[in-house]
Design a protein around this ligand. Structure first.
Ligand SMILES: C[S@@+](CC[C@H](N)C(=O)[O-])C[C@H]1O[C@@H](n2cnc3c(N)ncnc32)[C@H](O)[C@@H]1O
Length: 250
C-alpha cells in the first residue's frame, strides 16, 4: 500500500498511462493542445530553450522538438515517458535532459538555462504548500532573466456539470477558501488534486514573477466542454482548468 502523495501520483499515471494517452488523443485533448500551443507560441522566440516539466506522454516535447527548439523533459511516470520515446520516435539523445523525477527535486538543472518552462500538470497535483514554494523557487532559478513560465491549474470549484461534479471528492472546501484538495479516480488510485482560484495562484508566484495573462481553458468554441471517458470509471472533463503565463522578474 502506498501513501505518499508523490508515489500515488506516479503509480496512478503509470497504471493509467493508456487512459492519459486516450485523453490527449480525443478531440477535447487535441483542442486543449491547440489552445495551449497557440498561447505559448505567441511568446516564443525561434531558438528558445524549453523545459517540459511534467511532460506526460511527451506531446509538447515532441511538438517543440519538431519546431526546432532544444527541449528537456521530466515526469514522475516512467510509463508515460517511455511512451513518449516509442510513440513519437524521440531519441533521448536529442533532448537536453530526459529524466524520471519530481519537479521539486531539480537541483541538477543548471541555473538560468531555460527561456521557457512548461509546468502543465505538477501544480494541480502538489498539495504541500512548502513543496510548491520549493518548486517555484527552482523554476525561478533555472529560468533565464525574463524567462517565461506557463503553469496549468485546476479551478477551485470544477466548472463542470453536476454530473461531473459528483466524481470529485472535494475536501476542505468552503466558499471562503481560495484553495482546496480534491481527488479523482485514475489508474486505480484516488489521486490527489490541488485546486485554487486565480488570486491564490498569482499570490504564490508574484514575488518572483509578473503575470502576462490568465486564460480559462473552457472556451465553448473549442469544444472544451466535450467529455471523454477513462477505463477506470471516472469521467474526465476538460473545462475546469486555467493557464497562467508568468514572466520572471528582471
Ligand atoms: C494530466 S498529465 C499532463 C501531461 C502533459 N503536461 C500534457 O499536458 O500532456 C499530468 C502529468 O504531470 C505529472 N506530474 C504530476 N506531479 C508531478 C511532479 N511532482 N513532478 C513531475 N511530474 C509530475 C504526471 O506524472 C503526469 O504525467
Amino acid at each position: 500500500m502506498i501513501h505518499a502523495e508523490v508515489d500515488i501520483i506516479r503509480e496512478a499515471y503509470n497504471n493509467g498511462y493508456l487512459d492519459e494517452v486516450a485523453r490527449t488523443s480525443a478531440i477535447p485533448g487535441k483542442n486543449e493542445f491547440n489552445l495551449v500551443t497557440n498561447i505559448i507560441n505567441r511568446y516564443l522566440n525561434e531558438k528558445d530553450i524549453i523545459y517540459d516539466l511534467g511532460s506526460g506522454n511527451g506531446r509538447f516535447t515532441d511538438y517543440y522538438l519538431k519546431k526546432g527548439h532544444m527541449v528537456g523533459c521530466l515526469d514522475l511516470s516512467e510509463n508515460l515517458m517511455n511512451y513518449s520515446l516509442n510513440h513519437y520516435d524521440i531519441s533521448a539523445k536529442a533532448l537536453l535532459f530526459y529524466k524520471n523525477c519530481c519537479v521539486s527535486n531539480i537541483d541538477w538543472i543548471p541555473s538560468e538555462s531555460a527561456d521557457l518552462c512548461l509546468a502543465m500538470g505538477p501544480f494541480y497535483h502538489i498539495s504541500d504548500i512548502e513543496k510548491r514554494k520549493k518548486t517555484i523557487s527552482h523554476l525561478n532559478r533555472i529560468l533565464k532573466k525574463e524567462g517565461l513560465l506557463i503553469v496549468q491549474f485546476l479551478n477551485i470549484v470544477p466548472q463542470t456539470s453536476s454530473k461531473i461534479f459528483k466524481h470529485y471528492r472535494i475536501r476542505k472546501y468552503d466558499s471562503h477558501s481560495d484553495h482546496a484538495n480534491s481527488h479523482t479516480y485514475f489508474g486505480g488510485y484516488l489521486v490527489p488534486q490541488f485546486r485554487c482560484n486565480t488570486e491564490f495562484a498569482v499570490q504564490e508566484f508574484k514575488h518572483l514573477f509578473d503575470v502576462e495573462e490568465i486564460r480559462q481553458l473552457n472556451h465553448s468554441d473549442q469544444n472544451m466542454k466535450e467529455l471523454s471517458y477513462n477505463k477506470t470509471g471516472g469521467e474526465i472533463s476538460y473545462n475546469d482548468q486555467y493557464l497562467i503565463v508568468l514572466r520572471k522578474k528582471s
